[in-house]
Design a binder for this molecule. Structure first.
Ligand code: NAP
Length: 248
């Protein structure tokens, strides 16, 4: 049995991606902190696709030790795809930022993502069909004032993932970056600390989480490294964006 791991599957892009991979017949290992949300998603998938196995794992990735524990707890599974989607944002000027929030963002968006990517790539570099997909952001290629910490974490995700993709270019694994722009999920509510952000009034364009999950599948099925939403809200597949320095 082969599995697809999705972190941050309890809501938004991760939730819809779990449904999209289930539709493609993939057994799933779903990770987040909110177990009740994961359980409802598992029930829905079991109803829709009776033959699939769905494994739930509760993990708090703001504690990087739990990233190691998560990976080690899954050692007995054959994992054909690993998607690091869990992430959180901020929406304030750096000098007004709460340092506890900054630490959480760094730990989830950078530290745990790096630990999980590295452990997976070490084990699956030469596994036929293996894929590692890291969810960055259009803000991983453009610094957003008012969300500088978040942008910088996503620059890290993009640079790390593009670099890893190039280091492993002659191995069997494919390493990819999904870079969404504004997508209707819980993300902006949590970033702005509001109960319900009004997308129609608040932004000129956005995607639904379901559309983003479809882009995730398009990237998964392509041989490109990057799937990015551009300023016109079009989804583009690219070989790479960051300059790569070889042979030091
Ligand atoms: P979301 O609805 O808030 O989902 C975030 C997911 O991450 C949830 O499942 C959450 O689960 C999980 N998560 C957060 N903190 C965690 C922690 N400490 N440990 C484990 N899991 C944690 O937001 P989303 O938009 O789907 O975000 C998914 C990814 O897309 C993120 O990496 C985000 O940066 C990226 N992105 C989003 C947008 C956008 O506009 N929505 C744009 C560009 C990029 P629990 O709370 O249950 O743990």
């Amino acid at each position: 049995m082969k599995y697809t791991v999705i972190t941050g599957a309890s809501s938004g892009i991760g939730y819809e991606s779990a449904l999209a991979f289930a539709k493609k017949g993939k057994n799933l290992i779903l990770v987040a902190r909110r177990k009740d949300r994961l359980e409802s998603l598992k029930s829905l998938i079991n109803e829709l696709y009776k033959d699939l196995d769905v494994v739930l794992t509760v993990s708090d990735l703001s504690n990087p030790k739990q990233a190691y524990d998560l990976y080690n707890s899954l050692k007995s599974y054959e994992i054909e795809t690993w998607i690091n989607n869990a992430g959180l944002g901020d929406s304030s000027q750096v000098i007004q930022e709460n340092l506890d929030k900054i630490e959480n963002i760094l730990k989830v968006n950078i530290e745990s993502l790096t630990i999980l990517s590295t452990l997976y790539a070490k084990d699956y570099a030469d596994y036929e069909g293996a894929q590692l997909i890291n969810v960055s952001s259009a803000m991983g290629y453009m610094v957003a004032l008012g969300s500088v910490v978040y942008s910088a974490t996503k620059y890290y995700v993009s640079a790390f993932t593009e670099g890893l993709a190039n280091e492993l270019i002659n191995n069997k694994i494919s390493v990819k970056v999904l870079a969404p722009a504004v997508t209707e999920t819980e993300f902006i509510n949590k970033s702005l600390n509001v109960t319900e952000f009004d997308y129609k009034a608040g932004v000129s364009n956005y995607h639904s989480a379901k559309e983003m999950a479809e882009f995730m599948i398009t990237l998964y099925e392509s041989d490109k490294v990057i799937g990015i939403v551009n300023e016109k809200y079009e989804f583009n597949l690219l070989d790479g964006i960051y300059p790569i320095l070889r042979g030091l």
